[in-house]
Design a protein around this ligand. Sequence first.
Ligand SMILES: Cc1cc2nc3c(=O)[nH]c(=O)nc-3n(C[C@H](O)[C@H](O)[C@H](O)COP(=O)(O)OP(=O)(O)OC[C@H]3O[C@@H](n4cnc5c(N)ncnc54)[C@H](O)[C@@H]3O)c2cc1C
Length: 550
Amino acid sequence: MARPILLSIDDDANVLEAVVQDLRREYGATYRIMRAASGQAALEMLAQLKARQEPVALLLSDQRMPGLSGVEFLERSRAIYPEAKRVLLTAYADTEAAIQAINAARIHYYLNKPWDPPEEKLYPVLTDLLEDWQAGYVPPFEGLRVIGHRWSPKDHQVRSFLSRNHVPYRWLDIAGNEDAVKLLKDRQLDPNQLPVVLFADGSSLVDPKPGELAARVGLSTQAAEDFYDMVVVGAGPAGLAAAVYGASEGLRTLVIEPVAPGGQAGSTSRIENYLGFPSGITGADLGRRALVQASRFGAEFLSQRATGLRVEGQYRMVQMADGREVSTHVVLLAPGVQYRKLDIPGGDRLSGRGIYYGAALVEAVSCQDEEVFIVGGANSAGQAALHFAKYACKVTMLVRGEGLSATMSKYLIDEIERTSNIVLTPKTQVVAVEGEERLEALQLHGPQGEYRVPATSMFVFIGAAPRTEWLPASILRDEQGFILAGTDLRTEGKLPTQWREAREPFLLESSIPGVFVAGDVRHGSIKRVASAVGEGSIAVQFAHQYLAGF
Ligand SMILES: Cc1cc2nc3c(=O)[nH]c(=O)nc-3n(C[C@H](O)[C@H](O)[C@H](O)COP(=O)(O)OP(=O)(O)OC[C@H]3O[C@@H](n4cnc5c(N)ncnc54)[C@H](O)[C@@H]3O)c2cc1C
């Protein structure tokens, strides 16, 4: 397989040579290092590389060049290699322009000249970016294939699971795909029993359950120990933060997560406002980084869903979907929230068959050159619209209110206004959906009354409900199901009668001592990545205090 390319661009031959030498020294074994003397020459080179289907991982361009400037080149390069990491090399005096360019040209980083010593000023940044690129890079295909129907909810689930767990696969839609039919026939598999996952060693799984698939792709489904100091339920930002802090502070930590690390943030296209990531970070990348970090400190991850919680003396027992149980002293509940379903005729039947809840990023590529509908006017809907606009020919946002200003952050509104294929349809609601096997049309109600529009894909973002239905009644919740903790456990100044401890509940401690709660699922929480991370880390401090009482 051809090594991915790092391309350096500079009109000054001496500087170009120096950059190339430094890149070669550090990355030459894994990447091919190429050079171009101008932005124009680099664009032509990229077009040729694209035609040969060569992978390009990084573009490192000088800013001041005759003809195209570095920013102009990097901006144009997005049309050819949108996934390549774009880094600008600037003189200190141009720093301001570089910061502006992060937004305008979606540049991932800028570096100031001189970059000596590269071990400090060049390699850490480039290595980080290249790791990100590698995580999203699907090399020419050598492995796992999924054969299914685009409009099947089961097929969607399998693809979504694999993508969220960064397992590379190739998807073959059985409809009109002779290769897919032949592959099934060669292996004597029934084309009526889909989805099928084919592995490189010739084996296959027909309509796999999440646990089966997790085990086959190397995710752990069985706990290594019987007992842990802390079991974390949910690997969203809150759970991951607790895992990093807990494990790094010596707690034997187990994290249970049925989908993939990253949580809701994992399904968002790009989090722009999380501290420390000036050009934004995808939720999936944040999840992957946190998983590596927590694992490095010794946290263990299980691909499982928690289905119950019970108390046995000083032990807390967490039950899982496969019937197994683990015991622990401390539980951290961080299962987040899930999207509310549209309560309209046809809505349930077509869920997963053209109607999707949440960003369903895995569907974006299938929507290439189609029209996509987004329901909702909050940030999550805005982020999804921008993501789908890269693939779909038109994205129509259906918004109940007059516009977006009351519900969406300004930076998103500005970007939506700049994106020509996003159309905003205010004061409009979906009242019904049509289609038998898959979504075919929407019935809308707008200022002019009811009307019908043909539609194949609709993504819904209309608020969320906590995932707490599996918890025992002794975990007290508010009317919507959000978990009460700390001082919120008091009603009219009194603690609930079930609270038998001589002490007050710790902040973030639920109505069961030793069971803490963090993130979106907590009553009164701020629904942000940073606050979930904050709560996850704070909960660990109280877990220590709780454990100190043993
Ligand atoms: C589309 C979208 C865009 C957003 N954009 C931003 C943004 O730009 N900036 C920002 O700050 N915030 C943003 N948010 C909000 C942010 O994602 C959430 O506040 C944050 O993810 C909450 O983290 P959490 O860990 O509490 O829960 P979640 O992220 O919801 O994670 C919960 C995890 O628990 C798992 N789980 C659920 N039930 C169980 C169970 N029974 N057993 C085991 N595991 C379980 C789930 O699979 C999930 O992975 C966005 C949210 C959405 C939906």
